[in-house]
Design a protein around this ligand. Structure first.
Ligand SMILES: [Zn+2]
Length: 394
């Protein structure tokens, strides 16, 4: 066989083994050979290579065997560490994972987004202290991956959104200089997709619906090698209500105007005067109502808040139903609002099922999933993307 082809096959198998190890902590070579449908000699060859590179560890033998005990292999988590940073309008999340994808810490930094040098320097020092707090040296960090919402990614924004971009925002190159490390960028929905797919044993494609001040989305699936592939979906400006509110893109009734979290918070904070039909919720003057306040009011049973939330859930249900019709995939809800959503998934599913024509049996709970890590799915996913970059480079 041509040497290049042999090397490529070898590397491909090595990547597959590393990715398969993510969903099974420790496993024998025989079991992984069966799982990946590879020959035992190929597995032996590849694991030898992966061990020589320190990517994996042999971690003892299986107890239950009689005779020669097969040894277990696992990812060497300490090979390197990755930092993920999620940028949101009023706070930033920092997560650190090891090479196996194990989350070591999640940290919240209360900081309003400006995108200026001062903002990034502040985040860089928070990253530094987070890493130091874990007793890790800076040299053990492979990369810092920054996940940004749509309003920051130049390729996706409309002219109107460009005008919203604050002055003095740094370019990607300038941001990388502030962190003084290898820096990569990813969009928030894509990052969330990594969290939901990282150690999933199935390779069913899914649509990620990212709910934040700006709606985002992507398709996620695993290719034959187990690699997580994402493709951005422009979900924000799909029309939900032809006669709806005007969106900043110029059209009317986009998803952005109905299911972004700004909808809730603009109403709560009196920034949406044309919403006569919504309950008027009084708020203390000069003190904007943020998510935590909203959540605690909901949980306390505040009727005005519950009505507002119910309306939001109805619009969301219609959109989720439309997505299911369009893509026929699982739909995974991600984003900060999910801190709340997990408790209301049942209500959402009922509302989605109301859109299904009578007589057709659909169990919405079978295809609607909520992120297991709502507050940190983006920062964790960004860090996981850092791990994937290493595996991909083998
Ligand atoms: Zn729009």
């Amino acid at each position: 066989m041509n040497q290049d082809i042999a090397a490529k096959l070898h590397n491909n198998s090595s990547k597959r083994i590393l990715r398969a190890l993510r969903s099974s902590n420790e496993i024998t070579k025989k079991d992984i050979a069966d799982k990946l449908e590879l020959s035992l000699p190929t597995i032996t060859n590849c694991t030898k290579f992966l061990r020589s590179m320190d990517y994996i560890l042999e971690c003892g033998a299986v107890d239950s065997y009689v005779g020669r005990k097969p040894s277990l292999i696992a990812i060497n988590g300490a090979y390197c560490y990755e930092v993920g940073v999620s940028v949101s309008s009023h706070w930033a999340g920092i997560s650190v994972v090891d090479f196996s994808g194990k989350v070591l810490t999640n940290v919240t930094v209360q900081v309003a987004f400006t995108g200026t040098a001062a903002y990034w320097k502040n985040l860089a020092s928070s990253v530094e202290s987070t890493v130091a707090g874990l007793d890790l040296k800076s040299s053990q960090i492979h990369a810092i991956v920054i996940a940004r919402p749509y309003f920051y990614t130049y390729d996706h924004i409309t002219d109107a959104a460009v005008k919203r971009r604050p002055k003095g925002m740094l370019t990607d190159e300038e941001i990388a200089e502030v962190f003084d490390k290898e820096v990569h960028f990813i969009e928030s929905p894509q990052a969330a997709a990594f969290t939901s797919s990282w150690d999933a044993d199935n390779d069913r494609p899914a649509v990620i619906l990212y709910l934040d001040r700006f709606i985002g989305g992507c398709l996620v699936k695993k290719d034959e090698s187990g690699k997580i592939i994402t493709r951005s979906l422009p979900l924000a400006h799909i029309t939900l209500d032809k006669n709806g509110k005007k969106c900043f893109c110029g059209n009317q009734g986009c998803a952005q105007t109905l299911i972004s979290t700004s909808v809730i918070f603009d109403i709560l904070n009196g920034l949406s005067p044309e919403e006569d039909s919504n309950p008027v919720v009084k708020h203390p003057k000069g003190k904007p109502i943020r998510q935590d306040e909203f959540i605690s009011q909901l949980e306390a049973g505040n009727m005005d808040y519950l009505k507002l939330w119910d309306g939001y859930l109805s619009d969301l249900a219609l959109f989720v139903h439309n997505l299911r019709m369009m893509y026929s995939t699982d739909i995974i809800l991600c984003g900060d609002i999910l801190r709340q959503m997990a408790h209301y998934k049942y209500d959402l599913c009922i509302k989605v099922e109301e859109h299904v024509p009578f007589g057709i049996k659909v169990k919405a709970a079978d295809f609607i999933h909520t992120s297991a890590q709502p507050q940190y799915d983006v920062s964790i996913g960004a860090a996981l993307y850092g791990c994937e970059l290493i595996v991909d480079s083998i």
